[in-house]
Design a protein around this ligand. Structure first.
Ligand SMILES: *[C@@H]1O[C@H](CO)[C@@H](O)[C@H](O)[C@H]1NC(C)=O
Ligand SMILES: *[C@@H]1O[C@H](CO)[C@@H](O)[C@H](O)[C@H]1NC(C)=O
Ligand SMILES: *[C@@H]1O[C@H](CO)[C@@H](O)[C@H](O)[C@H]1NC(C)=O
Ligand SMILES: *[C@@H]1O[C@H](CO)[C@@H](O)[C@H](O)[C@H]1NC(C)=O
Length: 316
């Protein structure tokens, strides 16, 4: 196995584990839902004289029963300076900026209720809360449909998503925040203060727990500490892949060591042969000592100097 195929294999494993490989279908359907809900949220403004800083709850078509949507219009300067606390589950701190800049933003809130796992499936995890979302739009297009989202980011403190009670968890079961960005990516983070998720970006959020939480872990054998697994920390899959990659790494390392040893031996042998050839061709490989009037080759590291009797010295 050469190193190229090894790296290709490693890359394949990393990609396979990557959250960006989420089913394209899911992303398409959840993005379609985003634009449908943007439309329902904006429609609430046409039923009121929209005031800045007031939360308006929208209505969705019967086929989306179970989903709730709201809209909140804010001056972006006010959002940046003061934030907005208590927009449903969201506490938005000061320092949240939209990009590109608009004078007013509409923050659309989603609660997907019993549709959460339909639009944001997460195999291997149980949902402990509904999926809630926060998305920012240009408020100057009050009647527009299919508006693109603005990029919304927290520049100082993170946005807090306060889920109510999550129900009782068995001891040692770790709940996690799952964050879905608008591009099909999923990230996991820890839950703070029991039921709060933190985020620097807009998107959709849910508290999850791993399904089939492993029984008391088997005695861990020391493994190669290789980071794999695009954020799904501590998962059983992570373990498994970590072990596989660790094993592969060991096999490759052993192969490399053997290869180097063989090459080294071959090299040494060749040099010895070359040296011998060099000698045969009359080079100057051996130390030459003056013996009598003539010169003759002497081994470099002879412990005893050759004792030469005059009789044996031939003078040419
Ligand atoms: C993808 O979407 C199509 C229809 O939109 C559906 O028939 C198909 O089953 C979906 N595939 C997956 C893998 O969800
Ligand atoms: C969610 O609940 C509503 C009624 O409360 C129902 O009409 C709808 O079909 C449910 N959705 C799913 C995905 O089960
Ligand atoms: C927001 O909408 C207004 C009104 O259509 C438009 O003039 C402005 O360019 C938009 N801003 C951005 C960043 O799209
Ligand atoms: C967590 O709780 C502590 C103490 O109640 C509080 O000071 C802190 O602000 C809370 N943090 C978050 C992110 O809610």
């Amino acid at each position: 196995m050469n190193s190229l195929t090894f790296y290709q294999l490693l890359l394949a494993i990393l990609l396979f584990k990557s959250p960006f490989l989420k089913s394209k279908n899911t992303t398409v359907s959840s993005r379609f839902l985003d634009s449908v809900l943007q439309d329902y949220a904006f429609k609430t403004f046409s039923q009121h004289r929209p005031k800045t800083g007031i939360i308006y709850d929208g209505n969705v078509a019967p086929e989306f029963t179970g989903i709730t949507v709201s809209a909140l219009r804010l001056r972006s300067g006010g959002l940046r300076r003061k934030g907005y606390y208590g927009y449903k589950e969201f506490d938005i701190p000061a320092g949240v900026l939209e990009n590109p800049y608009v004078a007013r933003v509409v923050l659309v809130y989603h609660n997907l209720g019993n549709w959460s796992e339909v639009y944001y499936p997460l195999p291997g995890y149980l949902f402990l809360s509904p999926v809630v979302g926060l998305l920012a739009y240009n408020a100057s297009h009050m009647t527009a449909e299919m508006l693109p989202e603005l990029d919304l980011r927290a520049s100082e403190n993170p946005i807090m998503i306060r889920f109510g009670s999550l129900g009782v968890l068995a001891d040692g079961v770790l709940a996690k925040c799952a964050f879905f960005d608008l591009f099909g990516g999923v990230e996991f983070a820890r839950v703070v203060n029991g039921s709060v998720c933190l985020s620097l970006k807009q998107g959709h959020f849910v508290v999850v727990v791993e399904e089939n939480v492993p029984a008391p872990a088997p005695v861990k054998s020391p493994e190669m500490p290789i980071a794999v697994g695009g954020g799904r920390d501590g998962g059983r899959n992570g373990w498994w892949v970590g072990g596989l990659v660790g094993g592969l790494f060991l096999v490759v390392a052993a192969a490399v060591v053997v290869g180097v040893l063989v090459a080294l031996r071959r090299c040494v042998r060749r040099r010895r042969v070359e040296k011998m050839e060099y000698v045969a061709e009359g080079g100057v490989p051996l130390a030459v000592a003056a013996v009598g009037n003539d010169k003759m080759p002497v081994a470099m590291e002879t412990r005893t100097k050759p004792v030469l009797e005059n009789d044996y010295v031939t003078v040419s």
